[in-house]
Every structure is written in structure tokens, then in C-alpha cells.
Write a protein that binds this ligand. Sequence first.
Ligand SMILES: [Zn+2]
Ligand SMILES: [Zn+2]
Length: 340
Amino acid sequence: MKQLTCTGPGTVEWRDVPEPRLAEDGDALVRPLAVARCDIDLPLTSGAFPIREPFALGHECGAEVVAIGDRVHGLEIGQRVVVAFQLSCGTCRSCVAGHSANCDQYPVLSDFGMQPLSGIEYGGMLADLVRVPHAQAMLAPVSAKLDSVALGSVSDNVLDGYRAVAPHLAVLPGSEVLIVTHGLKSVPLYAALAAIALGAERVDFASNDDDVLAVAERLGARPIRTEFEKAERRYPIVVDAGLTSAGLKYAIRSTTPEGICQSVSFYPGGEMPLPLGRLYTLGIRFSIGRAHAVSLLPEVMPLIEAGRLRPQDVTTRVVDWDDAPRAFLEPAVKLIIRRD
Ligand SMILES: [Zn+2]
Ligand SMILES: [Zn+2]
């Protein structure tokens, strides 16, 4: 079968690889129907993380189940699903605690489509078939009525944006939210989408990226064009989404005393200065970490099924499956690759 593969910095092509088979009785095989490009995919294909060997691409997708192991219950052949991008067993101590991104059974950063991070190849979603272990935990069933293109990013970037604001708005309902975007593209937009859907009184969106600002405005957030020199206002909930020290500093300076600054940034390549004295003096809580896909899917899917959260509103480009090698490296705020 064909697997979209990154063979070196800036080089992406279909490669023939063996079809996966059910290996354990808790496995499922799925056929990806719509795959989104994650905000980390271009840094991955550009070589921002060292590429030691060719690796499979794609880790956010909506799919259909084509085979299931004997021990998988509640799923059937043909069922539409969203596939968690992180390998998580669903039953270990970390998974049960809701920390499924750090499942006890897998080395750190064990994800589909991100071999340069973990050093282990788990396969990618831009393929005809994908073997999903722990299918009962890692597959979230979805209604066949939902458009698969709308679900392309749900298993990662949508969840990531949601969790950036949802727990904080639950503590401070209706709060004003600022999202600071300095390098990421879709995760901060999904955070804006979630903040608006969850009833934030005001959602401001600060960035130096005009394309992302335009989408934010379309979603109903207030765009703030900035080069991150001076914070203009303070907010009780601030989301930091990016790659630069100037953006991070701006996010922290925009947080009210005793407020929360939630970072969804992965900050590749070393250390990032953090003004601990300011955080201490003002009692600003700075929180950072990965989203927990398996734990979050049951919380987020009902919002999408009910039409309260519309991930499709962030999508800026949809291409056919055969166009994936070319489109994958081209600029777009949010790219979805779909199969006919
Ligand atoms: Zn991702
Ligand atoms: Zn686990």
C-alpha cells in the first residue's frame, strides 16, 4: 500500500510499504478518510527535529473501521471513528488518571506520524490502512452523518485548542480570553473557537500572522496585529501558542495577577527563558504540557456531534488524496487531505 513518507528535509513522497495486519486481539485496522496537517508537521518535514531516516506522515484523522480484533467491543466494521494520535493503552495508571499522553506502556512521544520525536515508527495516517492498538481506548466512534473532512483534525489540534481554554473557563465562566499566536497556526484558532463556544465574554487574538488573524476574525475573535513588543491589556486567561521568546513574554505580560497563562507550545530546540520572578510576584500560574488525546475525545466529541464546536470553520484548504505529496509542503493555515 501507499504511505506518504518524508524522506528528508522538504521531501515528501508516496512509498510502497507492507499492509498492516491485526497483531493483537485488541487491535483494529482503520482506513483514513480525511487527514489534517498538524501544526507540528511542517517543522517535522523541514528538519527542525533531526530526520535520521524516512518516516510516515499524518497523525490526525477521521477513518472507518475495516477489521477488529476479538477483544474489541463496541465497534463494528464500517464504523466511523476518530483515531487518537498518541499511543495509549487506556488502562494503565497514567491513562486512568487522564494522562494518556504519557501512557506507562509506551516511551515518551509515542505517536503516529512523528518518528523523529520518539525514534519509533508507528505508521502514519496518510496511508490506505493503519493498525491501531488498544482500539477500544484509541478509537472514538462518531456519527456517520458527520462530514469526515470536519473531523480530520479532531484527534489532535482540535483537542489541543479545546483543552487550552475549557478547564480555565470552567473555573472562571465567561472570562475574557487572549490567545497569543507566534508560530503555530491551527491550535490557537481551535482555542478561539472553543473559547467562543464555551461562552467567553471576549476572545482577543494577538498575532503577527495575517492569514491566521483573518481566520480568527472570521470565527468571531478580535484580531490584534502585533510584533509582541508591548502588551496592551491584561486577561485572566491567556493562551501561549508559538515558537518565540518574544511571543511567550508577551503572553505572560498580558496575564492578570493571579491569572492563568496556558501554553500549548512545543518549543523545539533547547531552552526558553521564563520570567519566574514576575510569575512569582503576580501569582500568575503558568501551565504547559501536551494534550491527552484518549482522555479528551469523550469530552470533545459530544460538542462536535451537537454542532456546538465546528472544527470545519478553521479549515482553509481541502485537497484530494492524490494531491497530498504536493499540498503537504505548501502553505495553508489548516490543510485537510480527503479520500473520495
Ligand atoms: Zn499533531
Ligand atoms: Zn496507558
